[in-house]
Design a protein around this ligand. Structure first.
Ligand SMILES: Cc1cc2nc3c(=O)[nH]c(=O)nc-3n(C[C@H](O)[C@H](O)[C@H](O)COP(=O)(O)OP(=O)(O)OC[C@H]3O[C@@H](n4cnc5c(N)ncnc54)[C@H](O)[C@@H]3O)c2cc1C
Length: 408
């Protein structure tokens, strides 16, 4: 897809100033990043503050994604930053998590776009693609020349997609014929390709296909009237005798285990996103509390408001500590499913409490978009449920610590 941008600012230039600490980074966790990583974070922070924050509420209100930012997300190195073939520089999982945090503390819809394009879709090609497919698709996805989606969830199968997928793939010579439906697929209304997961009729195993969205029989219809992540374009997809060449099947996706591998790599970044949402809400609430006068003094000087603010900063600090260690385990090659599952379950639960307290601190203004907390409050609900609900992640951790699987 061709996307034009009017903003050709020098995103490739190193940021001049040292990176100030975020208001909510109470223990200065940012210092765990390398100087190169901090410089990259500074660029992203500046871009999101100057170009994304001013338009985020309006786009959210109109339920439109700011397409003009997509080329800049690519230029900032946010697409495929975990893939050696296309990344701008070698970096850590902590850095990538921190980038998700930085984006989400300004606009969780923009960070979700990156999560889908980079983590899920490019992750699927990285894990499942042949050398030729990787060479063809990853650079074009990293530059945002190609926009991609990740089609796993179905109308009748969400948490149980490991065994409940109903979309089918039937091989006919060198062609596969796909039939079925998908739901919630992010970016799919404007994507060029969607990674579709379907059960092979022959062996019953889940396989992955890069489906060109212009193929006959493919439709993507926007899901309307969402109350969270309104800028993200989620779609219902139907596949009716969609013919896909064998060359577009991802040979490394041989069963659901390979899909789970992609999800394991991205789940921790969703946990970092949750911290970003909590941070964004906390920062707005703290600023408001220092300005808002009631009973003759700023509400920040009332003990009960301080209690709420301290609970927020405690939640954020504890969540960063959990995610930081989970990401370090990923870098060390020691991260297991239960590690990323606990990070996601913990950080999203703390996020949900934090955005509610931040909203409370703003009183009535807490439900007004312009006051700075309401969008985070609403967006938190989607992050809480996607890429594994709290219940699913809790069951993954429960299985690990007890030895008993309690999913059914
Ligand atoms: C904004 C948004 C973006 C998304 N983007 C994508 C995308 O790009 N691609 C994609 O493939 N999917 C996407 N999803 C789908 C998302 O991953 C699913 O919504 C999620 O996995 C939950 O599935 P579900 O909504 O069908 O809920 P269900 O699975 O129906 O669950 C409903 C409730 O029941 C609970 N539950 C289910 N089973 C159990 C059990 N055994 N024990 C206890 N509780 C249980 C769940 O935790 C949940 O609370 C997106 C979703 C949203 C909201």
């Amino acid at each position: 897809m061709t996307i034009t941008t009017t903003d050709e600012t020098a995103l490739d230039e190193p940021a001049g100033d040292p990176l100030p600490y975020l208001v909510g980074d109470f223990y200065h966790f940012q210092d765990t990043l390398t100087p190169t990583e901090r410089q990259s974070v500074a660029q992203v922070r500046e871009y999101f503050e100057t170009e994304v924050r001013p338009i985020a509420n309006d786009c959210w209100n109109r339920a439109e994604f700011p397409m003009q930012i997509i080329p800049n997300l690519a230029r900032l190195g946010l697409l495929g930053s975990f893939i050696p073939d296309v990344r701008r520089f070698p970096n850590s999982a902590v850095y990538r998590g921190w980038m998700a945090l930085e984006m989400a503390r300004v606009d969780a819809s923009a960070s979700t776009f990156v999560g889908v394009q980079s983590g899920l879709a490019m992750g699927a090609v990285d894990v499942g693609g042949s050398p030729e497919q990787r060479a063809e698709w990853l650079p074009r996805m990293a530059s945002a020349e190609v926009i991609a989606s990740f089609g796993l969830t179905e109308p009748l199968s969400g948490s149980d997609s490991a065994r409940g997928l109903r979309t089918t793939a039937r091989r006919e010579g060198d062609t596969w014929v796909l039939n079925g439906a998908k739901r919630w697929i992010g970016n799919a209304t404007f994507a060029d390709v969607v990674v579709i997961f379907a059960k092979d009729e022959a062996d019953g195993q889940v396989k992955g296909f890069l489906v060109d969205t212009t193929t006959d029989g493919f439709t993507a219809t926007r899901i309307e009237n969402k109350i969270a992540l309104r800028s993200v374009q989620n779609a219902d997809i139907t596949l009716t005798d969609v013919r896909v060449p064998e060359s577009m099947r991802l040979p490394g996706i041989r069963s659901f285990k390979d899909v789970a591998h992609v999800l394991r790599l991205t789940r921790c970044e969703v946990a970092w996103q949750a911290i970003g949402i909590a941070l964004g809400a906390y920062e707005a609430a703290l600023a408001y509390a220092q300005e808002r006068i009631q009973f003759g003094k700023p509400i920040a000087a009332h003990q009960l408001i301080q209690d709420l603010l301290v609970t927020c900063v405690g939640n954020i600090t504890a969540s960063i500590a959990v995610c930081l260690r989970a990401s370090q385990l990923q870098d060390a090659g020691e991260q297991r499913d239960e590690h990323s599952a606990l990070a996601k379950a913990f950080a999203t639960a703390r996020m949900r409490e934090t955005v509610a307290l931040a909203r409370e601190i703003l009183g009535g203004n807490g439900i007004v978009l312009d006051a700075g907390v309401a969008r985070f409050f609403a967006d938190a609900e989607a992050i809480y449920s996607y890429e594994g609900t709290r219940e699913m992640n809790t069951l993954i951790v429960g299985r690990a610590i007890t030895g008993s699987a309690a999913f059914v």
